[in-house]
Ligand binder design. Structure first.
Ligand code: HEM
Length: 454
């Protein structure tokens, strides 16, 4: 009865199951998703209904909408991934959990990713970056940046979080992850030869591989007295028996897959877009180079970067923040509505989903003046950015716990790239498509020239 007194938002739910999914996917490919949404706003107003990836959806945007999505009570709004993502990454991954379960698993992950632990990783990340340059950049005249940065961030995650060394086993994981990622943004109808179907099969394979790793690490931990802190899997196994910290094997498997995807695909995009920007913007490039050379100058050759060095990379990090504003790797996300709620005078019924989109506030003139201008000085005084408007890492209880980790990887990578190489873009069109991660033309091929021997 209560329902009838409120209206559903305007808009059409489209064709059953499919709804507007293909329209949005097409817009992602053409990099017109923001325009597509603006078109909706013009047609239906700030709040509208549509149907995406099998579910009735309400699209809302703006600072108040972000606040609503990120700070609503967990009994009202829970996180929600598309069915395809949930099926491929597993239903016990962090984004699927809420309330106590979410707190417990997230707490375990955060205690591994906390700042004191991260400080110890700087040297190891530095080592991975140098190995990467030796293997993939040195001696080359042309490289393709995006796939290489994916390799780099995947290697870092594998070494640091999973204790998985280079070799055929790691390569098998890479293949599985490619298939899984391809299957994630699809309409979840499991027919043979579809991307979704291949994604599901790759996920089953990867889950078995993680189970084998868990077995080995458990033996190492219990019989050989290995340190719990050597990698994330061992750490999660080690806290299993403790009071209130029981984390099931399934949760470990699903979250390991999830952290791998969440951790490497995103950061690689950020580094790639910074590389592109530095090639296009001589003033920003000069300022970044100066900051990084200042740091390099004070180091002996072979000496790793330290936490203190990273703290000095203030300008470079602002460049990264501005890159995240204009090219957020994560376009947005979904939330699940757990009970009938009202927003902006409309009813959002229980069981529907809400779509939030980062760029809608990132590119809003009233929040970031001249939004299309790349200007790292916007972040000189971070307090001046209004709350709930800058959301490349999301917000609220599900906010990205890997943001500091991403910061370290990005700063280390940019340090070595600008101090060791110069580069020029092979394509200067500045286009990118989304799948749904942003991808510049051809993955950003560049001509490179080394500055000095590694
Ligand atoms: C530039 C790099 C990154 C970006 C832009 C990014 C972005 C995001 C965003 C937007 C969310 C929130 C999703 C939502 O609320 O629906 C998120 C969640 C998450 N991210 Fe990241 N991320 C990055 C790097 C990382 C890294 C390096 C890791 C791991 C080492 C990581 C692990 C996670 C996890 C585990 C969650 C889920 C948290 C939860 O549900 O409680 N991310 N990330």
């Amino acid at each position: 009865k209560r329902r009838s007194s409120k209206r559903l938002p305007p808009g059409s739910l489209g064709i059953p199951i499919i709804g507007q999914s293909f329209d949005l996917l097409q817009a992602f490919q053409a990099n017109t998703a923001e325009k597509w949404l603006e078109e909706r706003i013009r047609k239906y107003g700030p709040i509208s209904k549509l149907s995406l990836f099998g579910k009735p959806t309400v699209f809302i945007h703006g600072p108040a909408a972000n606040k609503f999505v990120f700070t609503s009570d967990i009994s009202t709004i829970a996180d929600q991934q598309m069915k395809s993502v949930q099926m491929i990454l597993g239903d016990r991954n962090l984004l699927e959990l809420s309330g106590k379960d979410h707190k417990r698993v997230r707490g375990a992950l955060l205690s591994f990713l906390k700042l004191e632990s991260l400080k110890q990783y700087v040297g190891k990340i530095d080592e991975e970056m140098r190995k990467h340059l030796e293997m993939h950049w040195q001696g080359k005249e042309k490289v393709v940046v995006l796939p290489l940065m994916k390799t780099l961030t995947f290697d870092i995650i594998c070494t640091l979080l999973f204790g998985l060394e280079r070799g055929t086993r790691r390569d098998k994981f890479v293949d599985c992850f490619q298939e899984m990622l391809q299957g994630m943004l699809t309409v979840p109808v499991n027919l043979p030869f579809t991307r979704y179907n291949r994604g599901l099969r790759a996920s089953a394979k990867a889950q078995n591989m993680v189970k084998d790793l868990i077995y080995e690490k458990r033996v190492e931990l219990e019989q050989k007295g290995g340190s719990p802190h050597q990698d994330l899997i061992t750490y999660l196994l080690s806290i299993r028996g403790q009071d209130n910290e029981v984390i099931t094997e399934k949760e470990i498997v699903h979250n390991i897959l999830f952290v791998m995807v969440a951790g490497y695909d995103t950061t690689s995009v950020l580094i790639t877009f910074i590389v592109r920007l530095l090639a296009n913007d001589p003033a920003v490039y000069a300022a970044v180079l100066q900051e990084q050379e200042e740091i390099a100058k004070n180091k002996n050759s072979g000496e790793f970067l330290t936490w203190e060095d990273l703290a000095k990379m203030k300008y470079t990090w602002r460049v990264a923040m501005e890159t995240l504003r204009m090219f957020p790797p994560v376009f947005g996300g979904f939330r699940r509505v757990l009970k009938d709620i009202e927003y902006g005078g409309y009813l959002i019924p229980k069981g529907w989903q809400i779509l939030w989109v980062a760029s809608m506030t990132h590119m809003e003139n009233s929040i970031f003046p001249e939004p299309s201008k790349f200007d790292p000085t916007r972040f000189e005084n971070q307090a001046s950015v209004p709350p709930h408007c800058y959301i490349p890492f999301g917000g609220g209880p599900h906010m990205c716990p890997g943001n500091e980790f991403a910061r370290i990887e990005t700063l280390v990578a940019i340090h070595y790239l600008v101090t060791r190489f110069t580069w020029k873009l092979c394509y200067t069109d500045n286009f990118f498509s989304r799948d749904p991660m942003p991808k510049p033309t051809q993955g950003l091929p560049v001509y490179i020239v080394p500055k000095k021997p590694l």
